[in-house]
Design a protein around this ligand. Sequence first.
Ligand SMILES: C[S@@+](CC[C@H](N)C(=O)[O-])C[C@H]1O[C@@H](n2cnc3c(N)ncnc32)[C@H](O)[C@@H]1O
Length: 267
Amino acid sequence: MDDPDYAHFNARYYLHQRYPGDIFEAEANANFSQHWIMPCYHRFYQQFHKEWDTSTATLLDLGGGPCIHCQISAAPYVAKIYHSDYVESCRDEVLMWKKKDPNAYDWSPYFEHVVNTLEGQNDPDAVTERIEMLRSKIEDVLFCDIRRTNIVPEIAAGKVDIVVSNACIENVVKSVKEYETVLQQIKNLLSPKGFFLTMANLGCSFYHIDGKRYPSYPITEENIVVSLQKVGFKVHHKELYLKSPECFKSYKPSNSIGRMFVAAQVY
Ligand SMILES: C[S@@+](CC[C@H](N)C(=O)[O-])C[C@H]1O[C@@H](n2cnc3c(N)ncnc32)[C@H](O)[C@@H]1O
C-alpha cells in the first residue's frame, strides 16, 4: 500500500527496523549505514563548533522523525534543540523519550557509541550525563511541513544556527526544483552564517516501512551540491557511503544506492 502523505507511518516499527539496539554489535551488517552516519556528525561538531557561540546556539532537527541519534554529538555544542516532524506519532516518540516515559524507545546504545567509542570517554557516568544533557536541551518538539512556505511555523526566520535534516527532504520532494525550494526555506530559517547538515539517500525512488511504501525522489550527489550552491550555501564537507552490490541486492526496505552527508554554510 502506498502512503505518500504519511497517514499510516509506523514510527515504532521504523525505530526497530532502522535503529535496532544491537546495531553496534553487528559490525558485519553492512545494511546499516548508521555505523557510518554517526561518525559524520561527530566529526562535524568536533571540527566546526568554534564557528558559533555554543552558549546561545540553536539547532533545528527538520523531519527528525522519531529519532534523536543526530543530536547526540551536537548536545555539548548548542544551547537549545528543536526537534520537528510532520507525523504526530514521530513527535510523540521523541516527547516520550524526553519525559523518560517507561515505554520510550531505548537510545542508550547510540549514546554509548558516541560517548565511549567516538569520543573515547569510556565512562558510564559520561553516557548518563549526555543522556540528561540532551533531554534538557530539547526545548520543544514541533510540527513541520517542508512543502509549505513556512516550514516550521513556530520558528522565526534567521533564528537557527544549525539545521540538521536526515533522510527527509528527498522523500518529500518530486523534483530537483522542489528540493531547491526546500533549501531556500531552510536558508531563511538560518542565521547569517548558519550551517545546514544533511544526510540524503541517493538514487532512491521508494522505501518500505511495515508494509507501506513511501516515495522518494532519486536525488544525486551532483543535484544536492549544485542546489546548495544555487541557493547560497558554501559546501564545506561531504562524505559518500555507497552500498556494495550484494548489499544493494539483498536490502529490501529501500532501493537507495547509498547516502551522502553534507555540511554547508550560508554565505
Ligand atoms: C525516512 S524518515 C527519516 C526520519 C529521521 N530523520 C531519520 O534520520 O531516521 C522520513 C521522515 O520525513 C517525515 N516527513 C514526511 N513528510 C514530511 C513533510 N511534508 N515535512 C516534513 N517531514 C516530513 C516523516 O514523518 C519521517 O519522519
